[in-house]
Design a protein around this ligand. Structure first.
Ligand code: C2E
Ligand code: MG
Ligand code: MG
Length: 778
């Protein structure tokens, strides 16, 4: 039993297939076994006949019964239909074990009975030789089940060996020993056979597993694979390869070579004959290479990548990959990188490359080309009011109109936003470009119907004509400058590039650079101009005015500096510097004198304008009621509510607000009413023709209205005593400012001026008129 249980343990470690193979080996080739059974019965019958022993006849009956059992089992095993599963193998093994034990036991009993019950030497010879033969035969068949065989040998030969020993004669005793040795030898032989059998089984299984894995890997890889041996014959082809190449099953058989395979691929229409030739050459070539073949079927449009890898001992591996999707994706990415997604027009990059290419083509001198830079007017308003989807539709409609206007050889692109560019080729004169520009402006200005909205926009066009050796970038830059001018000229028009535009732009670029440097190196200076209180005759306020003394440019006017600084976004930093400097300077003046600082709209609308003011007051130590901020009407134009809030907050700080240059802008009287202003500065343009009635009436009217609203009134630009007399006659104007009193002067001079005038009340007719030198500005 220990033997059995050991064997069961080993069985459990075996794979089901090996286990089944072992069981199968027990039932394999039933003919010799059946023959053995028949011989055993015949031999037993012969011994019974020879000896006449009834006991031996009983053994014959026993052998017939056990033999019939085994024969029946063998016949059922062979007749079974189903394959041998692990569970069924276990069942058959059990049946075999019982039958295989009973039958050898019967033979052993017969042999021992014959040896003990008679002295007939012939009978002894028959039973011993037949038993030996049967056991030897068993060794050859039961090697698959070691313990069964060992038991069979013991049961078959054990009783005869004991019987021989029991007879007690020396020859029989010797035979008994021989039998015992025979048992050991048989067990040994069977063990060796079993070992060889097991090794073969395991090796077979390992090979089968490996082959299975290899097969699975080959047939499940996304690539097609073909392997050609050194003699050029096909060694391996996976399913994917034949599927991709649309090869019939009968093409792939033993003995086909690369030529046959490629011919089959060409016949199947998977590759062209030309591609086939290249592929064959690569297979024969001993270098690793990659090639891509195009599809002979243009509709299918498949791209195949072939990789050829030579093998060490000759032959080659061919890998095949369908890269159509990857190539399409790459093509899509390239398209996206070179075309505008919305309008499907070429984009900036594409346009630039194309123009560079076209410009490089040699042309006759009279053949001109023009680059037209188009910008849509009022597009932003459409986007803001109707929303971006409508804006997008509008851009597509614009693109369509442009396509319709142009000739096939002209090239149009979208540069992003509402900018489009056209390259007009092969024209004879500037007039052709002007004609196209006019048509573009007219067509694009026609109404659009977008989502039931009627939309109207305009277009401005800048034109740059090609000249020999001009680059695409220069052309684009020039057209852009011309566009800038067209827009400045009132939009809805076109403008040709001229050289002086480049000079203006260049001058502006240098000015910008200089301005940045000036701010970093504090090259700016503040001049101050007094505002004289007409009642007291004293300087009530001094206005801080920016000056820039440039080593080359000389003194640059703030009128030139401020707009550039605003465009550059530099005004906030510059304004901060001016505010702090002015506040600090004011601290050096007599108590009653305030400082007025000009704020540009951008500066006024910066988010932290209040904290800027607070901080300037804090670091200078100036009290808020000595600071006046001068804003222009344009500062009041936008963000009405937040503008109102900022003004109120400044007011509650104690800072006064002046409305500067009143009368030059919208001159809306509602501003005077709606915003918390403390002062109105009437622009000096009001003084023109003041000696006639109308302007004076107007000036007095505005001054009275402002005074009635509780504001002090300042008139700027007083240059003559006559002007002063006229504006001060009715007593509504509180302060005056102008060259008559003083030009803007440097800080040192204004201090001297203030010290001189401070504490002294000037007679009404006496004014401070200092003969200060005029500084050239700009
Ligand atoms: P504004 O604020 O109206 O300043 C008054 C301008 O009129 C000054 O010119 C001043 O020199 C000039 N002016 C004063 N009295 C007379 C006169 O009797 N006759 C004539 N013909 N002109 C007179 P300026 O200094 O060239 O400043 C021009 C403008 O530049 C200023 O007009 C102001 O709008 C702006 N600005 C000047 N400095 C600054 C500043 O620091 N910040 C900001 N944002 N703007 C400034
Ligand atoms: Mg001012
Ligand atoms: Mg002014």
């Amino acid at each position: 039993m220990q033997l059995a249980s050991q064997s069961e343990d080993t069985d459990q470690k075996l794979s089901p297939s090996i286990h089944a193979a072992l069981v199968d080996s027990l039932f394999d080739a039933p003919a010799p076994l059946l023959t053995g059974l028949v011989f055993a019965v015949i031999a037993a019958a012969m011994t019974a006949l020879k000896t006449g022993e009834p006991l031996i006849w009983a053994c014959v009956a026993l052998l017939i019964a056990t033999g019939a059992f085994r024969a029946f089992d063998l016949q059922r095993y062979q007749a079974r239909k189903s394959t041998l599963t692990a569970a069924k193998a276990a069942g058959w093994k059990k049946r075999y074990q019982t039958r295989a034990i009973i039958q050898p036991a019967a033979i052993g009993i017969w042999c021992a009975t014959t040896l003990l019950s008679s002295d007939d030497a012939v009978a002894h010879l028959i039973c011993l030789s037949v038993t030996t033969g049967l056991v030897a035969g068993g060794a050859a068949r039961a090697y698959g089940r070691q313990w069964i065989f060992q038991l069979q040998v013991a049961l078959c030969f054990g009783p005869p060996a004991v019987a021989l020993a029991l007879r007690g004669t020396p020859y029989y005793m010797a035979m008994s020993v021989v039998c015992a040795a025979f048992i050991v030898a048989l067990i040994q032989i069977s063990a060796n056979l079993h070992k060889i059998f097991m090794q073969a089984l395991v090796a077979r299984e390992r090979e089968a597993a490996l082959a299975g894995q290899f097969d699975t890997a080959l047939n499940n890889m996304p690539h097609g694979l073909c392997m050609f041996a050194a003699d050029g014959l096909l060694a391996v082809m996976n399913h994917r390869f034949s599927e991709m190449m649309n090869l019939a099953d009968d093409v792939v058989h033993r003995g086909v070579n690369a030529n046959d395979i490629i011919d089959a691929c060409v016949s199947a229409g998977s590759i062209s004959a030309a591609s086939g030739k290249v592929i064959l050459a690569e297979i024969q070539n001993s270098e690793a290479r990659d090639i891509i073949t195009a599809d002979p079927d243009a509709d299918r449009g498949r791209s195949l990548s072939w990789t050829f890898q030579p093998m060490a001992g000759g032959g080659a591996v061919v890998l095949l990959e369908d890269i159509t999707e990857r190539r399409n994706a790459e093509a899509r990415i390239t398209h996206l990188a070179r075309y505008d997604e919305l309008t499907a027009l070429p984009n900036r990059l594409n346009f630039r490359d194309e123009i560079e290419r076209l410009l490089a083509v040699p042309r006759e001198a009279e053949q001109l080309s023009a680059l037209l830079f188009i910008d849509l007017d009022q597009f932003k308003q459409v986007n803001d009011t109707l929303g971006h989807p409508c804006g997008d539709q509008l851009l597509c409609a614009v693109a369509d109109r442009l396509r319709n206007i142009l000739r096939p050889e002209d090239f149009v692109a979208r540069f992003g936003g509402d900018e489009f560019v056209v390259f007009q080729q092969n024209i004879k004169s500037n007039e052709d470009a002007a004609n196209l520009a006019r048509r573009i402006v007219d067509h694009l200005s026609e109404r659009y119907k977008i989502d039931n909205h009627l939309v109207e926009i305009g277009a401005s066009v800048g034109i740059a004509m090609t000249s020999p050796h001009v680059s695409a970038d220069t052309l684009l830059k020039n057209a852009d400058m011309a566009l800038y001018r067209a827009k400045a000229d009132g939009r809805g028009t076109y403008c040709f590039f001229r050289d002086e535009m480049a000079q203006t732009v260049e001058a502006r670029r240098i000015l910008e650079l200089d301005l940045r440097k000036a701010l970093a190196h504090e090259e700016f200076e503040l001049f101050y101009q007094p505002l004289v209180n007409l009642k007291s005759g004293r300087i009530a306020t001094c206005e801080a005015l920016l000056r820039w003394n440039h080593p080359v440019r000389g003194t640059v006017s703030p009128v030139d500096i401020i707009p550039v600084a605003e465009d550059m976004g530099l005004i906030v930093d510059l304004g901060r510097w001016i505010l702090r400097k002015a506040c600090m300077e004011c601290m050096k003046w007599p108590e009653g004198v305030s400082v007025a600082v000009n704020f540009s709209p951008q500066q006024f609308h910066q988010r932290d304008v209040l904290s800027e003011v607070r901080y300037a007051l804090e670091i200078s130590g100036l009290s808020a009621n000595r600071l006046e901020i001068e804003i222009t009407e344009s500062s009041l134009l936008r963000n009405t509510q937040s503008t109102h809030d900022v003004l109120s907050q400044l007011r509650s700080l104690g800072v006064r607000i002046s409305l500067d240059d009143f009368g030059t802008g919208y001159s809306s009287l509602s501003y005077l009413h709606n915003f918390p202003l403390q002062k109105v500065k009437i622009d000096r343009s009001f003084l023109e023709g003041i000696d006639t009635d109308r302007p004076l009436t107007l000036l007095r009217g505005v001054a009275r209205l402002s005074a009635d609203l509780g504001m002090s009134v300042v008139v700027e630009g007083i240059e003559t005593n006559e002007q002063l007399e006229l504006i001060s006659a009715d007593g509504t104007v509180t302060e005056a400012q102008g060259y008559l009193f003083s030009r803007p002067v440097p800080a040192v001079r204004v201090r001297q001026l203030l010290n001189a005038s401070h504490g002294r009340r000037l007679p009404d007719e006496q004014v401070i008129a200092l003969p200060l030198p005029t500084r050239s500005i700009a």
